[in-house]
Design a protein around this ligand. Structure first.
Ligand code: ADP
Length: 405
C-alpha cells in the first residue's frame, strides 16, 4: 500500500499562483513536514498537473478528471482540491498560505486575508501588473474552493521594508515616492528563509554584514546587517538589478525613451521586450533563458551572455559591499547558484580584494562552505525554501485566528 494512504492529520496548503501556473505544497502540522510539492502548468492551454511525494523520488503526472483541462485558476484549483481529496483524504487542510509578490509600502509582514485586505491588494495591482493579478486570482479561487478556513498572504516585498528612505527612493521628483514609486526589492521569502538558516547555522556571522545572492530564473541580491535588509538590487519592479532568464536587469531609462520615440514601441511592446525577451535569452540571441543550455553551448552569444551575467553579479557584490562598508558572509542560493559550479567559481575568483578566497574543491563538491580557511569572508551555498516560510507564517497566523474565534 502506498505511504500516502497512511497520511492523516491537519495540514497547511501553500499556493504560488503565476500567470499560467499554480505551484503548491502540502505541510503536515505541527511539525510542518512537507509531504507533497506539485505544479499545474499551462492553465488555459495544454495544461499539465505534476506532483512529487516526499516519500518518492519520481514525479507523477496526474490525469485531468474526464480529460477536462482547466481554463482558469479557479478550475485548476478545484482539480487540485479534488485530487487532494482523493489522494490524502484523511488530511484536513486548515489554512492556505499564498505567495503575493507585492505588498506595497504598507505590508511589512504576512496578513490574514480579509475583505479589506483584499481590496487594498487590488489597488496594488498597478505596481506589479504582470504578477499581482494572478496572485489575487489564486486567492479568490482558494476562497471559493475552501470556504471559511484562514487564507494568509505572504509578501515578497515585506522583507525589504526595513530600508531607509535613502535606500528606497529614486532621484526623481519626490511626489512620485508618495505615490508608491520607490525601491521595493523582491524575493523576500527566500531571503527570510536563508537569514533564518544562517541564524541557526552560523549565529555569530549571521548578524554581521551579509550579502545573499538569489540567482534563479529571477535574480536579485540583498545586503543585510544585523539580520535585516538594508539594500536590494531589485527596485520598483522585478526588472531592476541583475540580468535574469528573460528580464533585462539594470538599464538606462534613456533606452526606453529611445524605444518609444524612435522605434515606435508602446508600453505593452516595451514590457514584452524587457520582461520576456531580454536577459540571458536576449543576449544569447534567443538561444535560451536557461543557464544549463548556455553553459553547454559553444556559440559566442551564449558565452557573452554568461560573461555579462558574471560581470553584473560581481559588480553588485562590490556595490553592496561598499554600501555596508564591508562584507563578512556571502550566500549563494536559487537554481543557478545552487547548481552551477562554474558560475559560483567565476563569480568568486579574483575577489581577494574584498576578502574572498574560493575553495575550488569544496565548490566542485557542492559543499555548504565554499570559501577556504584563509578567506575573511565566509562563502556559503544554501538551498532556499520559500514554501516553508509561507507554511510557517500561515500556521502561526492561522493559530492566532483560530484562538480568537
Ligand atoms: P525560479 O526563479 O523560477 O524559482 P529557480 O530558482 O528554480 O527558478 O532557477 C531555475 C534556473 O536555475 C534555471 O532556469 C536554470 O537557469 C538554473 N539551473 C538549474 N540547474 C542548473 C544547473 N545544473 N546549472 C546551471 N544552471 C542551472
Amino acid at each position: 500500500m502506498d505511504i500516502q494512504n497512511h497520511l492523516h492529520g491537519k495540514a497547511i496548503l501553500t499556493i504560488n499562483a503565476g500567470s499560467s501556473s499554480i505551484k503548491f505544497s502540502l505541510f503536515l502540522v505541527p511539525q510542518l513536514n512537507q509531504i507533497i510539492v506539485g505544479q499545474i502548468d499551462g492553465i488555459g492551454g495544454d495544461a499539465s498537473f505534476k506532483v512529487k511525494w516526499s516519500t518518492k523520488n519520481t514525479e507523477e503526472t496526474i490525469n485531468w478528471p474526464n480529460g477536462c483541462k482547466p481554463q482558469n485558476h479557479r478550475e485548476a484549483l478545484s482539480c487540485l482540491i479534488e485530487w487532494l481529496h482523493q489522494s490524502v483524504n484523511a488530511v484536513e487542510i486548515i489554512a492556505v498560505g499564498h505567495r503575493v509578490v507585492h505588498g506595497g509600502q504598507k505590508y511589512t509582514a504576512p496578513m490574514i486575508i480579509t475583505d479589506a485586505v483584499m481590496q487594498e491588494l487590488e489597488t496594488l495591482m498597478v505596481l506589479a501588473p504582470l504578477h499581482e493579478p494572478h496572485n489575487l486570482a489564486g486567492i479568490k479561487a482558494a476562497q471559493e474552493s475552501f470556504g471559511n478556513i484562514p487564507q494568509i498572504a505572504c509578501f515578497d516585498t515585506a522583507f525589504h521594508r526595513t530600508h531607509s528612505f535613502i535606500d528606497d527612493c529614486y532621484a526623481i521628483p519626490r511626489y512620485f515616492y508618495d505615490k508608491g514609486v520607490c525601491r521595493y526589492g523582491f524575493h523576500g521569502l527566500s531571503y527570510e528563509y536563508i537569514t533564518d538558516r544562517l541564524m541557526h547555522m552560523f549565529p555569530k556571522e549571521a548578524s554581521k554584514k551579509v550579502i545573499i545572492a538569489h540567482l534563479g530564473n529571477g535574480a536579485s541580491m540583498t545586503a543585510l546587517h544585523h539580520g535585516v535588509s538594508v539594500a536590494s538590487t531589485m527596485g520598483f519592479s522585478s526588472l531592476d538589478g541583475l540580468p535574469m532568464g528573460t528580464r533585462c536587469g539594470e538599464i538606462d531609462p534613456g533606452v526606453l525613451l529611445y524605444m518609444m520615440q524612435h522605434e515606435g514601441m508602446d508600453a505593452t511592446a516595451i514590457a514584452n521586450i524587457l520582461y520576456k525577451e531580454s536577459g540571458l535569452k536576449g543576449l544569447s540571441g534567443g538561444l535560451s533563458n536557461d543557464m544549463r543550455t548556455l553553459e553547454n553551448s559553444d556559440c559566442l552569444e551564449a558565452k557573452q551572455a554568461i560573461e555579462y551575467y558574471i560581470k553584473e553579479v560581481k559588480r553588485e557584490i562590490g556595490a553592496l559591499t561598499a554600501l555596508m562598508a564591508g562584507l563578512d558572509v556571502l550566500v549563494f542560493t536559487g537554481g543557478i547558484d545552487e547548481n552551477s559550479v562554474m558560475i559560483r567559481a567565476r563569480v568568486l575568483r579574483d575577489m581577494s580584494w574584498v576578502g574572498i578566497e574560493l575553495d575550488e574543491e569544496s565548490n566542485l563538491a557542492g559543499e555548504t562552505i565554499i570559501s577556504d580557511d584563509h578567506s575573511r569572508v565566509l562563502c556559503l551555498k544554501l538551498h532556499t525554501d520559500e514554501e516553508r516560510v509561507i507554511a510557517r507564517h500561515t500556521l502561526e497566523l492561522a493559530k492566532q485566528e483560530m484562538a480568537l474565534n
